[in-house]
Design a protein around this ligand. Structure first.
Ligand SMILES: Nc1ncnc2c1ncn2[C@@H]1O[C@H](COP(=O)(O)OP(=O)(O)OP(=O)(O)O)[C@@H](O)[C@H]1O
Length: 473
């Protein structure tokens, strides 16, 4: 649970235009607090209202579900402090012992009590746009942004964002604009302040908002995203630029992928074991990741297999170009910023022009996969593809390094039957026997066969005759 790293910011501001702010970040001793030196000394202290503010922590990538855990933990501890205020507080002490270092407990209890007792004030949750020291947008921030697009009053905005993929317009909240939302009869206010969203509501609703509303916002944003087109394909050239992202619009699935049925079955089984293996990986003390080396000539379906895996697991794909990564820290940052439930693809990784550069990057990558960093982020699949396995360094082929070596061969008869079914909708035909004979000694890729079949899909016989002629040639 992430509670101990949650930052409390307790700020006070005047009613006037010249706000006086008192910031408190993290556990500092109470007597070291200092008010803003710019505050007007004549200011009437009674006029100060003290909204309570909580900063949603965003240290590194966090899966949206971990935010739900944080909200719940925070609300739980806050409730517990309420008990502490009203009763003996044993419950909080027990929780605090688990999450908060002893030396800071009094500080947190003191702050919590202020929040609990200050029932008439506002409560503000701050959600930063970027993860610390990086240009990667925080997942919670993105979720809020997505959710708010459905709440913006379109007549009042000055900036619109066009989502080309669906040819629909989506509208974003502009800086310093506010949106009011209602949840379970409770009014909340969202505002965009610089690079963060602030959510403000009445202090007495804090439990409900943290426990129910914020998880609801996450849920809604996920639902909106899946309506928008589901999986994404991200291309990463180097760490200094945002990945180029497009919707993964490849309909290839294991149903349509033309490979040997036995191979297909074993890949699906492996993916199922991986998907359900959280406890297993934890028990054996290994990072929850899987490595596949896919090799075969061009056009045999290596990319199609990756799309099938992505569609099967519902994971986004990150295509990483190793040739542009030239330092340890660059690679480390790229890999650490990729979220869980992702497929990291290193396509034709052995084809980098600069051989030394490729070797260096590759050995860094292996170090990463073996080392402690591999434990950051769960549920990741690493896929390496190559056209020729003979080019691959032994370090990657060594037993235990890649979990599965998948050979994508030239078109076999079972693969052809799958393609004939995909393109011509036929399961059997008098020409199948001839195709079977030819495929025994002709090296043709599934891509070539698919290309031939596609030329005349309305007449299966003509299409197969053309394919036979092509193979005979
Ligand atoms: N095994 C296959 N099953 C179904 N379709 C296939 C298969 N192999 C190739 N195809 C068809 O051929 C096209 C190209 O194949 P794909 O890009 O997957 O091959 P590749 O091995 O990744 O090639 P490259 O190494 O050149 O990237 C696919 O879009 C698909 O239409």
């Amino acid at each position: 649970m992430a509670f101990p790293c949650m930052k409390m910011i307790n700020s006070g501001c005047t009613h006037g235009s010249n706000p006086s702010r008192l910031f408190l970040r993290g556990p500092v001793p109470l007597n070291s607090l200092d008010s803003n030196p710019n505050r007007n000394p004549n200011q009437n202290q009674n006029q100060i209202i003290k909204p309570n503010r909580v900063q949603i922590p965003n240290a590194g990538y966090r899966h949206p579900s971990s935010y739900v855990a944080s909200f719940a933990a925070f609300a739980m501890v806050t409730r517990s402090v309420a008990n502490d205020v009203l009763t003996v507080g044993k419950e909080f002490r027990a929780l605090a012992d688990e999450f908060i270092p002893r030396e800071y407990q009094d500080y947190y209890i003191h702050e919590m009590k202020k929040i609990i007792l200050n029932n008439d004030s506002q409560f503000t949750v701050v959600i930063d746009e970027y993860q610390p020291q990086s240009n990667v947008q925080d997942e919670m921030f993105k979720a809020v942004e997505t959710y708010l697009t459905t709440k913006v009053d379109e007549s009042s905005v000055r900036k619109i964002n066009v989502c080309k993929n669906k040819e629909t317009l989506s509208v974003k909240l502009n800086e310093n604009e506010e949106i009011f939302d209602e949840f379970d009869g409770v009014q909340v206010k969202w505002s965009k302040i610089g690079a963060c969203y602030e959510l403000t509501f009445h202090n007495r609703h804090r439990f409900m908002i943290l426990e129910s509303y914020l998880p609801y916002v996450l849920e809604q944003s996920n639902a909106i995203k899946s309506e928008e087109g589901g999986l994404k394909y991200h291309m990463i050239d180097d760490k200094y630029h945002e990945p180029k992202t497009v919707i993964l619009d490849n309909p290839m699935t294991f149903q349509t992928l033309a490979i040997e049925p036995e191979l297909k079955k074993s890949i699906i089984e492996d993916l199922n074991n991986f998907k359900n293996g959280k406890e297993y990986y934890r028990r054996i003390g290994k990072a929850w990741k899987r490595g596949y080396l896919i090799h075969g000539p061009s056009g045999t379906g290596k990319s199609s297999l990756i799309s099938s895996i992505a569609n099967y697991l519902n994971y986004d794909v990150y295509d990483i170009d190793l040739s542009n990564v030239d330092s340890d820290s660059q690679l480390k940052n790229i890999l650490l910023e990729i979220p869980s439930k992702s497929i990291l693809v290193f396509e034709d990784f052995d084809e980098c022009e600069n051989v030394q550069n490729r070797k260096d990057t590759f050995s860094r990558l292996l170090k990463f996969m073996d080392g402690m960093w591999s434990c950051c982020g769960e549920e990741r699949i690493f896929v390496f593809t190559t056209k020729c396995i003979d080019n691959v360094d032994y370090t990657l082929l060594r037993p235990g390094r890649m979990d599965m070596h998948i050979h994508m061969p030239y078109c076999t008869f079972p693969a052809f039957k799958q393609l004939a079914f995909n393109y011509l909708d036929v399961e059997d035909h008098r020409l199948f026997e001839r195709v079977d004979e030819l495929l025994q000694y002709v090296n043709v890729t599934p891509a070539e066969v698919a290309g031939e079949l596609m030329k005349c899909t309305r007449d299966p016989t003509l299409s197969l005759e053309r394919l036979v002629a092509y193979l005979e040639r």
